[in-house]
Design a protein around this ligand. Sequence first.
Ligand code: NDP
Ligand code: HSE
Length: 439
Amino acid sequence: MRLALLGCGTVGQEVVRLLHAQAADLTARIGAPLEIAGIAVRRLGRDRGDLPVDPALFTTDALGLIKRDDVDVVIEVVGGIEPARGWLVEALRAGKSVVTANKALLAEDGVALHEAAAEGGGDLYYEASVAGAIPLLRPLRESLHGDRINRVTGIVNGTTNFILSAMDATGAGFAEALEEATELGYAEADPTADVEGFDAAAKAAILASLAFHTRVGAADVHREGITEVTAADVASAQAMGCTIKLLCIAARGVDPAGRETVSVRVHPAMIPRSHPLASVGDAFNAVFVEADAAGQLMFYGRGAGGAPTASAVLGDVVAVARNRLAGVRAASESAYADLAVRPMGEALTRYHVSLDVADRPGVLAAVAGVFARHDVSIATVRQGSAGGSSGAAGRAGDAELVIVTHVAPDAALAATVGELRGLDIVRSVTSVLRVEGGV
Ligand code: NDP
Ligand code: HSE
């Protein structure tokens, strides 16, 4: 079974090491040896340490390598949309099987890849694209196929989880925690894809598509990152017995016309410390799945890093190699449900709002009136001295109001906060956070 490896960076190098270290076992498991036919990279002269591989295998001609007749399986660990899309479509149309870790491409144009796989008759596997080493996509696309999944809630980005965990543990602000993540090698030099939620949104699209048998792309996902999360937000969450996580949430719903829908969003949210996802610290990932018959399931582990990601890649390589030897291909992705994607404004969530207000008669009633006008029901109200949980010095004559709502459409909650910001009696809105997981 001959492999073309596209990319030999953080993940690719570990794929090479694992192929070498596990060679005998992999041969026994597959029924044929795996052999690297070539490795495509951008810079031939780059130092790749003491990789156990013949240097003559390296090439800068990825397309030429893919087109070779003796290549059966293409492993893509380069990343990005182009040229990866062109390479993989070419490989799949030619009947090769593809294993990829490229979540950005799958979320952007998974349809083109699946169509090319169907045309060529090879397999398209991508376990490593979401949550690194955690076996998650195979359970969604195989083990849970007899059940009905209603909701998937996950922490799927290690960098942002490291940053938020550090903010929670030390009281640091976002910039300080990001600096620490960069120094320790968790955050990349350009952390935009992670901290702005693009990486998590791509993973959310892949998860939602598999969980609900429908097509969800990156553009369908409502995305907010963590750059606006402040130390005051973290303190507010702690005062409520909560912590803040960047969550990806994919949920079934029903629109006003009674049609089944799906909503997919990525944003920071408060969750109670008793929730299973609250204890997921450092750069770990975890995904919480709720299904009709299976009930609640949690998948936990390392979501990033060369070796953990290579583990998932190699698992896929074994699966596609076995299929090729048996002359079969895995069942295609099913998108039969064809669910409409609901806009964020219609997503049902809860808000936690902290306000510094004038402390005089009628203020609480006026604030409550704003919530009522937008048909948002208040669950709890707490009043303290201004600057309370935010730690800021309060002004004499001011008070802090902390309001947690019941579930309401996001648009109504956002409009409520917008109106509150315009009130004279509201000195400042110190923190607005969504609340998930039943506080
Ligand atoms: P790296 O940047 O470390 O490696 C990318 C590799 O691709 C390098 O070997 C680079 O060559 C090669 N490359 C880039 N452009 C070209 C090109 N035009 N032609 C040929 N080769 C090219 O990336 P990672 O290993 O971190 O990530 C790879 C993929 O895995 C991405 O899709 C990523 O999202 C995904 N992934 C990564 C995880 C991680 O923890 N790193 C976790 C889960 C998924 P050269 O070495 O010469 O520069
Ligand atoms: N940058 C990603 C993370 C890598 O921090 O989780 C894994 O996809």
